[in-house]
Design a protein around this ligand. Structure first.
Ligand code: DSN
Length: 413
């Protein structure tokens, strides 16, 4: 086996990694699901653990030599429980989507009814989309947001739940800019004997620091991905408060759905969960919200239409319908100026999911880089200028130069 580093053994891949790094040094990643994990997290992920197999759980593995692997997983579990106030944690899911899959596999039978947020109203692919395993295997029905306020419509949820009696209700979203009231969901779930699951993938960092209400004690199960606002290694996490549910979930993750857990990612999750308990992490999350609110205000000042009227969290969804531009058009125009966002459907969108009528903008990654209110004002004005001059190459090139200058002042590791 070669002992040389990647730059010597595989120059193609090595160069592409370097170019991706330069792209981040010279650009602004405003994709709401993105973030930059710390060097410590990345060291854990790139460690010798990436080559290990460890099917099973701590103390009950199918291979020998698991002393240290067990200790790492136990630490990750302990930290996850402490941070979110849960009684049980499974840190093995390879992703947030697989965490959701495991909960469905544990609590449902094929064809069982599940109530979730519709994808065009803010929900997620794994919450019953017809093109996803969830929508194929289970009988998903949907709630949405109120047409006027664009906030979760609890009256609608109550009515649908009473009529349809779903076995599971999902509270959670991937493009919802407002706080989620888990207590209201819980009341409806309890009255109708449904399980309640919160998918906090996007807001996990805010929940961990008390800047968004905690789904516990209201929910039976909580899923998340660890690498968004929580700023950890890539992967998923499942928390629960009930022993019986936790045992079902453990069986669903392994041997139900996954084989060998990614122990390197579990070590990365453990490191991130420690970082999330530090005071500086609370400051970071506060800045994530402040930065999103500064951006939101700058858009509102220019008369842009924001879904839900603004933001309480790390993301903003601009509805471009009145301007007559598609999300794709604006996403591509911003990319030409090294500003990265993703196009997103908006409530009651008439465009396809490929084109969309919205763009989703998030602040976790740029906040990790160290950008604050002043820079967000500047970025807001660039985004507005590009939306107003979407086909003007000269303006986009001018802004690109400014973006590179700004971005270089805030290097990423
Ligand atoms: N891909 C993530 C997002 O963009 O929200 C969801 O899994």
């Amino acid at each position: 086996m070669s002992k040389n580093s990647i730059s010597k053994t595989d120059s193609k891949i090595s160069n592409l990694i370097k170019q991706e790094h330069v792209r981040h040094q010279e650009g602004l990643d405003l994709i709401a699901a993105d973030n930059y994990a710390s060097l410590a997290v990345r060291e854990a992920v790139g460690s010798i653990l990436s080559s290990r197999y460890a099917e099973g759980y701590p103390g009950k593995r199918y291979y020998s030599g698991q002393d240290f692997i067990d200790q790492i997983e136990e630490i990750a579990i302990k930290r996850a429980k402490k941070l979110f106030g849960a009684n049980y944690a499974n840190v093995q899911p390879h992703s947030g989507s697989q965490a959701n899959q495991a909960v469905y596999f544990a609590l449902l039978k094929p064809e069982d009814k599940v109530l979730a947020m519709r994808i065009d109203q803010g929900g997620h692919l794994s919450h019953g989309s017809s093109v996803n395993f969830s929508g194929s295997l289970y009988n998903f029905i949907f709630y949405g947001v109120d047409k006027k306020t664009e906030q979760i419509d609890f009256e609608q949820i109550k009515k649908i739940t009473q009529k349809e009696k779903p076995k599971l209700i999902i509270a959670g979203a991937s493009s919802y800019p407002r706080q989620i009231d888990f207590s209201k969901f819980s009341q409806i779930a309890k009255e109708n004997s449904a399980y309640l699951m919160a998918d906090i993938a996007h807001i996990a960092g805010l929940v961990a620091t008390g800047l968004h209400p905690n789904p516990f004690p209201y929910c039976d199960v909580v899923t998340m991905s660890v690498h968004k606002t929580l700023r950890g290694a890539r992967g998923g996490l499942i928390l629960s408060k009930d022993k019986e549910i936790a045992e079902k979930i453990d069986k669903a993750v392994f041997p139900g759905l996954q084989g060998g857990p990614l122990q390197n990612e579990i070590a990365g999750k453990a490191v991130a969960l420690k970082e999330a308990q530090e005071k500086s992490f609370v400051q970071y999350q506060k800045q994530v919200i402040k930065n999103a609110q500064v951006l939101a205000k700058s858009f509102l000042r220019e008369g842009l239409n924001l879904v839900g009227g603004g933001t309480d969290n790390h993301l903003i969804l601009i509805n471009l319908t009145e301007i007559g531009l598609s999300g794709k058009k604006v996403q591509d125009a911003l990319e030409q100026a090294n500003i990265y966002v993703n196009r997103n459907v908006v409530p009651y969108d008439e465009r396809s999911k490929w084109e969309t009528s919205g763009i989703r903008i998030g602040t976790p990654a740029v906040t990790t880089k160290g950008l604050k209110e002043k820079e967000m004002e500047q970025i807001g004005s660039w985004i507005i200028k590009i939306i107003q001059n979407v086909d003007n190459q000269e303006i986009k090139q001018e802004i690109k130069k400014e973006v590179i200058k700004l971005s270089k002042k805030f290097p990423v590791l």
